[in-house]
Design a protein around this ligand. Structure first.
Ligand SMILES: NC(=O)C1=CN([C@@H]2O[C@H](COP(=O)(O)OP(=O)(O)OC[C@H]3O[C@@H](n4cnc5c(N)ncnc54)[C@H](O)[C@@H]3O)[C@@H](O)[C@H]2O)[C@@H](O)CC1
Ligand SMILES: [K+]
Length: 500
């Protein structure tokens, strides 16, 4: 068993791949072995997480997820713990593995109760074994009502919560709760999730990260049988975009970045040059050799906030030599320069208003698509609303399956896509989709997206592939936020300066 950290990449397997592994493993092992291992792992983690729990309540559903809970209950009872179980199953209909686990719990003397103990406290433990990967979109009304009442009790309890396989009601593939299953309010209790056999993508994106808390993995001894991964969590450490800096390096060795954006105050009375400066600062601190800024300011001359930055007009940019980061604070002015940027930039990171312009203009969309045919690389960095505009759907539809949305956009525009938000997704056709495991809610502050675009630009300019540049920058950007001192405000400009 291991606790997940951002230090190592991990394979992710969707429900179909996990079911295939379960079938292969079950075929090679004596009956009930997998569930016994699952129950033993759950009991082991329960004892480690709450060694002083006065009582442990286990809510078990009628399927095999509930069977894991029953198996754990038997073991915790045998270990001398005060356990109680609420089981929604029916011995005549429950799957064979779960029925065997129920019999073992009965034989061990586990007490069965209709609901949670009345006096669960913060030092106690609740185990959520109601629903795992067998979640269906609809179910019989009666069962759902009882199940939801138990789930509400789990969510409301002050006790530490350990979810078996995944938080009940969370879709393992998408990271979205099924309707009616999300907690009413964020819980203050500690949360842990013990993923069994495989790690599923939904644990790490969308609502998954908040739902899971700390994630643990036990492969039940079946890791060697795992099929090909369907996606990947985190990036290789060595792909961090920092090329070994040779003594013979000069500023051109690390690539030129040109930030194109920052609509001026005179255009519509809304100055947005700060976004361009933030992206430029991130590119600079992210290791770019030279950083140029082409402001969309209609002639105003501003001194750059850092002397290392060089001002350019768009028409004076040396396109074949540079990586363009276009759109940050671009407002409406970016539309006018996009035909040239799309046609000429050798490498391009398109962000924010650049994306909105493409979404609303079929000629620009065609020019974007043509870049791939011309061998020019492009990275799009939409947040969910921008992705929805590009896909001509709703934000809710994007969030309903973030991996699918990122892949669809990458396919449609023949480029790399970073779909931002909790558990950012990097997708490129023909590459393994990467779900990011760093970052936190402190990044939800103005300008951090501009910082990310600039950092991606620096890594693309340094020679990484678009997929590696994007995913490694997303990881580094999140890691910088994770390491941020708790007492210090996280601002985008300080974040840019802290990048390595
Ligand atoms: N069979 C085995 O040996 C193993 C099973 N494992 C466990 O088994 C789980 C999968 O088991 P199952 O396939 O039985 O599925 P689950 O136990 O996840 O879910 C099926 C149960 O939930 C109910 N249900 C489904 N959708 C519902 C909804 N929307 N509202 C209300 N009730 C709903 C069903 O009626 C059924 O009782 C995994 O997540 C894992 O915890 C793992 O331990 C690996 C080994
Ligand atoms: K569960």
């Amino acid at each position: 068993m291991l606790q997940l950290s951002a230090a190592q990449p991990h394979a992710l397997h969707d429900v179909a791949a996990t079911r295939a592994l379960e079938a292969a493993a079950a075929a090679s092992l004596p009956a009930h072995t997998l569930m016994r291992r699952a129950g033993a792992a759950t009991a082991r983690l329960a004892l480690a997480l709450a060694p002083h729990a006065r009582q442990i309540w286990i809510a078990c559903g009628g399927g095999n997820n509930g069977g894991d809970g029953l198996e754990a209950a038997a073991r915790l009872q045998q270990a001398g713990k005060a356990v109680s179980v609420t089981w929604l199953g029916d011995p005549s209909t429950t799957p064979a593995d779960a029925r065997a686990a129920w019999q073992r719990a009965l034989a061990a003397g586990v007490p069965f109760t209709p609901g949670p103990p009345a006096d669960l406290g913060p030092h106690d433990l609740c185990i959520d074994a109601l629903l795992g990967i067998g979640l269906r979109a609809t179910s019989q009304r009666g069962a759902a009502h009882e199940l939801r009442a138990l789930l509400a009790a789990l969510h409301a309890s002050p006790a530490t919560l350990l979810a078996v396989d995944l938080p009940s009601g969370l879709d393992a593939d998408t990271g979205q709760y099924a309707p009616g299953f999300a907690p009413d309010a964020p819980s203050r209790a500690a949360r842990h999730t013990l993923s069994l056999l495989t790690l599923k993508p939904g644990l790490f994106t969308g609502q998954g990260r908040d739902a899971c808390g700390s994630v643990w993995l036990d492969d039940l001894g079946c890791g060697a049988l795992a099929p090909a991964a369907t996606a990947q969590l985190g990036t290789q450490q060595q792909a961090d975009g920092r090329q070994a800096q040779r003594h013979a390096s000069h500023k051109g060795s690390f690539g030129d970045v040109a930030v194109i954006g920052g609509e001026g105050l005179s255009a519509r009375g809304m100055g947005m040059t700060g976004a361009a400066w933030l992206a430029a600062s991130a590119a600079l601190h992210g290791g770019a050799g030279r950083v140029m800024v082409a402001l969309l300011d209609e002639g105003t001359t501003l001194a750059p906030p850092w002397p290392e930055l060089m001002l350019r007009r768009v028409h004076a940019l040396d396109w074949p030599q540079l990586t363009a980061v276009c759109g940050c604070g671009g407002g409406e002015a970016v539309r006018a320069v996009l035909p040239e940027v799309l046609a000429r930039a050798a490498r391009l990171v398109l962000d924010a208003d650049g994306l909105n312009a493409v979404a609303g203009d079929s000629a620009l969309a065609a020019a974007l698509r043509a870049r791939a045919d011309a061998g020019l690389s492009t990275i799009l960095t939409p947040h969910p609303l921008e992705a929805a505009r590009l896909l001509h759907c709703t934000t809710a539809e994007v969030q309903a399956d973030r991996l699918a949305a990122a892949r669809a956009l990458a396919e449609r525009h023949a480029c790399t896509v970073v779909l931002k938000g909790s558990g950012s997704v990097t997708a490129t056709a023909g590459e393994r989709t990467i779900v990011n495991f760093t970052g936190n809610a402190r990044l939800a502050t103005g300008g951090t997206g501009d910082v990310l675009a600039g950092l991606i630009g620096a890594r693309l300019a340094a020679g990484l592939s678009p997929h590696a540049a994007a995913s490694s920058a997303v990881q580094a950007h999140g890691a910088a936020a994770d390491q941020w001192p708790a007492h210090q405000a996280l601002t985008a400009s300080a974040l840019a300066a802290a990048l390595q």
